[in-house]
Design a protein around this ligand. Structure first.
Ligand code: MOS
Length: 706
């Protein structure tokens, strides 16, 4: 096993590549993003920047009550605005076919399930006209009482059969109660997290135009194939009659993983008016209509022996969903993976409230769940006088605890040890509150990370274009590059397999007219698309033809035998101001084992981006539901604080070269989400080390810590 230093710019993988066909290994190298110049010079077009001829503008109208129904809409003032074209409501909007996701059934009924739910769409000649129309629209409501606060004793709490991702809602292994009761050291700890918002750099937007019976939509999405299929279902079309383009996307963090209101509203508005229609959401509406990370109350019960090994591990999650759709943040799931114990009980309880529908946000399940589990492990370590790294090493299981399956590869111990070496952990004085620098208390903390290695079927095609003297290939796949560098990495996969320089590969991604592919989500994109690209290139190489199209549906089956997870360790050093309560992160280090790293540059960006988001979760990001008005209070980036540059230290991300033969032909486990996972607990544990106090609720803002 070797450790890759990210200051290197060349590949150092020890694997045998087809060096006879390429001088430099192209896979693993730090190739720059292909679309970088287009983004830098402003020629890259995002969804709201496509303006078809004669384009009109839609402005959605959000419900002004938190629960009830629309009783009347008076659009006379709205239609008197100069440039007014139409007002769509549940009374006149196109009827829609039923999508999988009921949050998309817009303007189909007068029901208002939560504040911010769209009740109308104003369409005007300009964005200003549409906005003015929306303001001039008179909507009356029949208001009903609302309930927006979740807590474990809520009378409507129920225990769902499944949590998000298809995981069982509850799992029991051994006799948790007996093991817990008999354990010499018992811990019963509750951690609380509020809602969190994805807030990608590019807010959600879509432009739609009907050309005859063909619907074209430019959408800000993590996966245009599903958007295409969904629009086809909702508008009664064959998928071949729909084209969804998502060529450049300014992030999503899960909030664009499923189709969202703008694309549906734009298509409805275009159908209703016969014009191209653009709908670009103001950022302050995002919290209400594009999902959020649901709040969680997590009770951890740990029964430990004198040597720190776990006899019992219990993880009970209480969370909320909306009345529109059941979505259960699967925060107890990582406790089924991380540590061995004789008895374990993990489960989820949920309450359907009059709140916006929660959805995926970077590392759904793992990010909140590992915050609680890894803080609890730190509390166990402190109470038992065992070093927190040693405590984790003693509890790493031989097999995945709940399933009993062997791990395809497992290098958490290596991440912890390598991180400890780089961080200088052995010099740490374990006593809390012992290091002082003027008014500041200093502390260090560690936490483990994990994220599952998912893979989904994909198609892809590759065509040989060049003549014998100058090889050239064209790869086509509806992958989505949400800023991760996906098109660059897939070109590297193709060049590597074809044995040609990277420049010889042209690649098109980001349109549903390309071969169908799964979304950029669940850290599964590169593995899923890479598998199809690899297969297409291999078949082309082995065939006499010039064009190959493949489907990996049969290849990705049979992945049940092994438990596949990436692991990592995050280390933080913080200062806590004893006067103001301000917590600042001085150092942040992550060491990850995520299979083969395919591009050293873009991988590092994913790791440090995830860790930055974890820093925000620990220290700055805070959202609350207003019990009186029933909506989110922190709507935009003025109220919802994501870390600014000055909040973020020089983050160090490293990885361990992990050769896992049981994954996929490109050998990667996915890296988009694991960076966020361990970071909040590492910071929270460092705050305890600095102050000697446990704060079991995030974020650690001065009002809490002071
Ligand atoms: Mo990620 S939350 O699966 O887009």
């Amino acid at each position: 096993m070797a450790v890759h230093d990210t200051t290197d710019t060349t590949d150092t993988t020890g694997t045998t590549r087809r060096g006879d066909r390429t001088a430099e290994p192209v896979l693993g190298s730090a190739a720059p993003r292909r679309e970088g110049p287009a983004k830098l010079t402003g020629t890259a077009r995002y969804a709201a920047e496509h303006t078809p001829p004669d384009c009109a503008y839609g402005w959605p109208v959000a419900a002004a009550v938190a629960h009830g129904s629309v009783t009347g809409i008076d659009d006379s003032d709205a239609m008197a605005v100069p440039g007014a074209l139409a007002v769509l409501t549940h009374e006149n909007a196109p009827r829609l076919g039923e999508p999988d996701d009921p949050t998309l059934l817009l303007l189909q009924s007068p029901r208002v399930p939560h504040r911010g739910w769209y009740v109308a769409l104003a369409v005007g000649e300009t964005p200003e006209a549409a906005r003015e129309m929306a303001r001039a629209l008179h909507v009356s409501y029949d208001e009903e009482p609302h309930d927006v606060l979740v807590h474990p004793d809520h009378p409507k709490l129920y225990h769902p059969e499944q949590a998000n991702g298809g995981y069982p809602g509850a799992c029991e292994r051994g006799d948790f109660d007996a093991e817990y009761d008999a354990a010499p050291h018992r811990f019963d700890l509750t951690y609380t997290l509020g809602p969190l918002h994805n807030h990608p750099m590019e807010p959600h937007a879509a432009t739609a135009v009907w050309e005859g019976g063909h619907l074209i939509a430019y959408d800000s999405s993590q996966g245009a194939t599903v958007v295409c299929q969904t629009l086809a279902t909702m508008f009664g079309l064959d998928p071949h009659q729909v084209t969804v383009v998502a060529e450049h996307v300014g992030g999503g963090f899960g909030s664009k993983g499923t189709p969202r209101p703008p694309v549906v509203l734009a298509a409805m508005g275009a159908k209703h008016t016969g014009r191209a229609v653009k709908v670009a959401l103001p950022r302050r509406e995002l919290p209400f209509v594009v999902g959020h990370r649901a709040p969680t109350v997590q009770r951890l019960r740990i029964g430990a022996r004198d040597d720190g090994t776990l006899a019992a591990l219990g993880h009970d999650v209480t969370t909320h969903t909306s009345t529109v759709r059941e979505f259960v943040e699967q925060a107890a799931v990582p406790s089924r993976v991380m540590y061995g114990s004789d008895g374990s009980r993990t489960g989820h309880g949920v309450v359907a409230l009059d709140v916006p529908t929660p959805s995926w946000m970077r590392a759904p399940g793992e990010a909140p769940g590992m915050y609680a589990l890894e803080c609890a492990m730190d509390e166990v370590a402190t109470a038992l006088g065992i070093d927190p790294i040693e405590l984790r090493l003693r509890n790493i299981p031989d097999r995945e605890p709940d399933s009993g399956r062997p791990f395809s590869s497992h290098h958490l111990a290596d991440c912890l040890r390598e991180g400890a070496r780089r961080f200088g952990w052995e010099r740490r004085d374990p006593r809390p509150g012992a290091r002082r620098d003027g008014d500041l208390l200093l502390g260090t903390g560690v936490a483990a990370s994990t994220y599952p290695a998912y893979v989904a079927p994909s198609t892809a095609s590759v065509q040989a274009l060049g003549d014998g003297s100058r090889p050239a290939y064209h790869v086509r796949i509806n992958a989505t590059d949400i800023g991760t560098g996906a098109r660059t990495v897939l070109a590297q996969v193709a060049a590597d397999e074809l044995g040609v320089p990277l420049e010889a590969v042209r690649i098109d991604v980001g349109s549903s007219d390309l071969p169908a592919a799964p979304l950029a989500g669940g850290s599964s994109g590169t593995a899923s698309w890479g598998w199809a690209v690899h297969k297409a290139c291999r078949e082309l190489r082995e065939s006499d033809g010039t064009l190959v199209t493949v489907d990996t549906t049969s290849d990705v089956q049979g992945q049940e035998e092994y438990a596949r997870h990436a692991f990592g360790a995050v280390f933080a050093e913080v200062s806590v101001d004893t006067v103001t309560g301000e917590v600042r992160v001085r150092r942040l280090l992550g060491v990850f084992a995520a299979g083969r790293i395919l591009n050293a540059r873009t991988a590092r960006s994913q790791f440090i981006g995830g860790m930055t988001m974890g820093l925000g979760m620990a220290l700055t990001e805070h959202s609350s539901l207003d019990t009186r008005l029933g909506g989110f209070v922190e709507k935009d980036l003025a109220g919802y604080h994501v870390p600014a540059h000055a909040d973020v230290p020089d983050i160090d991300a490293h990885w361990i070269e992990e050769h896992d033969p049981y994954l996929n032909p490109v050998g990667g486990k996915g890296i988009g989400e694991i960076g966020i996972v361990g970071t909040p607990a590492a910071i929270a544990n460092a705050v305890h080390h600095a102050t000697g106090r446990r704060y079991r609720e995030l974020p650690l803002t001065p009002d809490r810590v002071g």
